[in-house]
Design a protein around this ligand. Structure first.
Ligand SMILES: Cc1ncc(COP(=O)(O)O)c(C=O)c1O
Length: 413
């Protein structure tokens, strides 16, 4: 049965009809997870963060819902870099990059990103989402073919559709299925597009296999490692580096919004591809540049990750420990190999009840359900940060287990 959100999206009639239907249905019968979508943080992300619940109650919660994996948001060097940039440049960019929006800080950040990805050049976008729209709709046209893992992030699908190219989904992580699709394709302009770390399950794309296929079929390969850069692989260099094939990727894509806790996206590739995208990626060309304070903060955060290995070490220690604690209690963590650890629930009502019980016990978590994943594969989504203590994670695992047993998600002991 389609969910309420799907029904209201697809409804015919005047455009306001669906909005009114959604409002009525949410008032009459809100889904169990509805409150969880309306939490307000009253301070920056920390292991224990002050949160206002929709009821108005303010609570200190163990933060297991942020993508700020390294949790550098309050790092003194990052704050100082932002402050200095604000004093020198003021706030905001005021123009797109090719008009008056590029400062020497943006140029340095692009150089640094290219160096980080071992590419000739890089291009910054004001948001991770809009960057993917720009790259795919800028590069591909009607007559081209874009091969997408079926679990790719929405921004990759949206960019692919906007381009007018044929969008060819293949079964999640299934390279045999991709091979069949590639064999049947006559287009000259072809690109395989995949998340590096899949955002709803924390699993990794088989990048080495994708490289083999792209070479066999004379296709480009784009890896969106939004959740992998500065979190996965040696030195946080991402999923492709974990598979020893960083230099074989045609377009690396990443965001500053996950491990670094910022906002913005970037593509890194050969000089000619990046130069092309500077003109044809409309979400860069027609959009004001990333604020210079953000560019300065991101640059400093990148240096912190390089110079203070403790952040990556703690992240790895914490995610290994927490996944192990959850698995030994009987949870299915869907082969996560990153700081995103999902717990498969498969029943939206139980998932909503679990999330609410956790909020009430002071644990902030997210859920993954439609439209991101099928309702029958819905899950609790727990994000580990480098700044958690092992004790906090052990206590959280106990509380999650207790509620999961009470709700019938795990069998009674
Ligand atoms: C793989 C992937 N790409 C792009 C994005 C969009 O990034 P942003 O939130 O910075 O707009 C996300 C966000 O979750 C993502 O998971």
């Amino acid at each position: 049965m389609p969910s309420l959100f799907e029904t209201c999206y697809r409804m015919d009639g005047k455009l306001t009809d669906k909005a009114e239907r959604l409002a009525v249905e949410l008032e009459r019968n809100p889904p169990a997870y509805f409150d969880g979508l309306h939490m307000t943080l009253l301070e920056g992300v920390k292991p224990i963060t002050k949160v206002r619940m929709p009821s108005g109650e303010v609570k200190e919660m163990l933060m297991l819902g942020s993508n700020s994996f390294l949790n550098l948001n309050h790092h003194p060097r990052v704050l100082e870099a932002e402050r200095k940039a604000a004093e020198k440049y003021g706030v905001g960019a005021g123009s797109p990059p090719l008009y008056a929006g590029t400062t020497d800080v943006h140029a340095e950040l692009e150089r640094k990103l290219a160096e980080f990805c071992h590419t000739e050049d890089a291009l910054i976008f004001p948001a991770g989402y809009s960057g993917n729209i720009g790259v795919l709709s800028g590069l591909c046209r009607m007559g081209d073919a874009i091969f997408c893992d079926s679990s790719n992030h929405a921004s990759l699908f949206d960019g692919a559709r906007l381009s007018g190219a044929e969008v060819i989904p293949y079964l999640h992580l299934n390279t045999s299925h991709l091979q069949l699709k590639l064999e049947g394709c006559k287009a000259a302009g072809k690109i395989i597009v995949t998340d590096g770390v899949f955002s709803m399950e924390g699993s990794l794309a088989p990048v080495d296999e994708l490289v083999r296929l792209k070479n066999q079929h004379d296709t480009m390969l784009m890896v969106d490692d939004a959740h992998g850069f500065w979190a996965v692989g040696p030195g946080g260099q991402g999923t492709a580096s974990l598979f020893n094939c960083r230099d074989e990727i045609d377009i690396h894509y990443g965001t500053f919004s996950k491990a670094l806790g910022y906002t913005g996206g970037f593509a890194a590739a050969s000089h000619v591809v990046i130069e092309y995208l500077r003109y044809y990626a409309r979400s860069a060309f027609f959009s004001s540049a990333l604020p210079v304070t953000v560019a300065a903060g991101v640059l400093e955060a990148m240096k912190v990750v390089e110079e203070e290995p403790v952040h990556l070490q703690n992240l790895k220690r914490n995610r290994d420990f927490f996944q192990n604690e959850l698995e030994r209690r009987g949870f299915d963590t869907l082969n996560s190999r990153s700081a995103i650890i999902p717990l498969l629930v498969g029943d939206e009502a139980k998932l909503g009840a679990l999330q609410m019980a956790l909020f009430n016990d002071g644990i902030f978590s997210n859920i993954g359900t439609t439209p991101a994943v099928k309702a029958s594969r819905c899950r609790l989504r727990l994000n580990v940060m480098a700044t958690h203590s092992l004790e906090q994670l052990a206590v959280a695992a106990d509380i999650i287990e207790r509620h999961a047993r009470k709700l019938g998600i795990l069998p009674e002991n």
